[in-house]
Write a protein that binds this ligand. Sequence first.
Ligand code: SF4
Length: 214
Amino acid sequence: MDLSLSRVHFPVTTLGPGRRLGIWFQGCSIRCPGCISADTWGPGQRRLSTAQLLDQITPWLDVADGITISGGEPFDQFDALIRLLQGLRRLSQVDILVYSGYSLEHLDDQLRQANGLIDALISDPYDEALSQTMALRGSDNQRLNLLTPLGRARLGDFERLLMTTDKALDLMFDETGSVWMAGIPRRGDLLRLRDLLQDQGHQLQISAHASRRR
Ligand code: SF4
């Protein structure tokens, strides 16, 4: 089963507890206004089988405290998502958090099929008109759904307001020397960073339909 992948990174420290393995799917049909992950909307060029991806990430599974799957929209590649989740469960005991722009109600059938493979789900589309006061979320309509006992134990503490001590962004470097950011920036953070870098003669490209990343 092939999937279209945006990127993989370890460690990610901004999308759930501990040092996590982050997996970003490529492709999103939801296209929320204000999404800062517009680079993940298209179909992408990097296709690989779930078996290849699992091989690639196996060394990190021994040391990761948790796994976060985001995108893009993971549920737009549902068969590949299920296959990946099954492989992750086989190889690891850690919690799995998935982000989706679909509502919990919309995912009813898929979650039944996933049957305990997802410990926690952040659901619902990003809404730039709403405030951003909750941990792990880009806008306050998004819900943290704790789906298993492991999810409740590991992520139950995140059903709370954002705190000033919460980290917002991880920086990661890819093989081409580009710097990527993972996490959930506060409103306006990236525009402020862009202006700061421009003042110092550097360039920052923001792949935003307006502004946000998860
Ligand atoms: S916020 Fe998520 S669901 Fe919404 S357009 Fe961006 S990637 Fe898609």
